[in-house]
Design a protein around this ligand. Structure first.
Ligand SMILES: Cc1ncc(C[n+]2csc(CCOP(=O)(O)OP(=O)(O)O)c2C)c(N)n1
Length: 285
């Protein structure tokens, strides 16, 4: 191995370790926010590593210039996971972390679903099924003006019940939008039940591939793996879909892999138990 490669590997390892430490801080913020005002804790924790990896290791963006024209865009199509996005944006410096405590209060810039008034939010969302269509518009606009800007859309697996998602999938493949990445948070749950019980998605990967998407299936909590597929996506001339297998409530043992935390205000006791667990876990996990 050449020393240049060794150096690159070392830098990468440091970056990943730093990110893991940041994710611990962000998880703490999410727990605190949702203990003040109940809001989709489980849904936020399942996609935290994905959003954090995008903002800290992948996307070209600037908290000092949130509307920089050539920035990469992120659309949280499963807008109810707003606490995860807000906590990442605050950690990145888009607004003060203290503001997180105002979540869902009257007059706050941090409402229950993402809104363009919030610094760093690229698209309003909350009505499920619309994010990919918005992302297609942004990716197409970037291509037309010769910009390097890339677009990342995060959708829920239950969200894929919406017909608009499949129409958009066809459109993106037809337009060969190589600057567009769709990440599906495949936590297996939605509001009412298990995703496969409500409306079967399997074989999700086969469906996407047959539509013309380059498709990957990964563990959505494995940061190295997330980086690896996002790196590959940058070389694609076709839209890329990442099916990220995750656990709802990841990191909080009494919620993990269940739907208990879909929309939850933690009690004082639960909040303290979750915090204790967080402190006890080594960052390298
Ligand atoms: C069009 C629309 N219908 C219904 C809802 C209500 N709703 C909020 S969250 C949710 C479940 C979404 O499940 P999924 O996309 O799998 O997300 P996750 O399990 O990660 O929370 C639903 C149906 C909504 N926000 N938008």
């Amino acid at each position: 191995m050449s020393s240049a490669v060794e150096l690159a590997d070392l830098r990468h390892a440091t970056d990943v370790q730093k990110l893991k430490e940041r994710i611990r801080e962000i998880r703490r913020s999410i727990l605190e926010m949702t203990s003040i005002r109940g809001l989709h804790l489980g849904s936020s924790l399942s996609c935290l590593e994905i959003i954090a990896t995008l903002y800290f290791l992948k996307m070209r963006h600037s908290p000092h210039r949130p509307r920089w024209k050539d920035r990469d865009r992120f659309i949280l199509s499963k807008g109810h996971a707003a606490p995860a996005l807000y906590a990442v944006l605050a950690e990145a410096g888009y607004f003060p972390k203290e503001e997180l405590r105002t979540l869902k209060s009257i007059g706050s810039r941090l409402q229950g679903h993402p809104d363009l008034r919030t610094p760093g939010v690229d698209a309003p969302s909350g009505s499920l099924g619309q994010g990919l269509s918005i992302g297609i518009g942004m990716a197409l606009a970037a291509r037309m003006r010769g910009s390097r800007s890339r677009v990342y859309v995060l959708a829920g697996d239950g969200e894929c019940d919406e017909g608009q998602v499949w129409e958009a999938m066809m459109t993106a493949a037809h337009l060969r939008l190589g600057n567009l990445v769709l990440i599906i948070d495949r936590n297996g749950w939605q509001l009412d039940d298990r995703t496969e019980e409500v409306k079967r998605k399997v074989p999700l990967r086969g469906k996407l591939e047959s539509f013309g998407w380059v498709t990957y299936s990964i563990n959505g909590h494995d940061i190295e793996k997330i980086i690896e597929v996002l790196d590959s996506a940058e070389k694609s001339e076709l839209p890329v879909a990442i099916i990220a297998h995750t656990k709802k409530g990841n990191g909080v043992s009494f919620l993990e892999g269940t739907n208990k935390g879909h929309k939850l205000k933690l009690s004082e006791e639960e909040y303290l138990a979750a915090l204790k667990e967080l402190e006890a876990k080594p960052v390298c996990e």
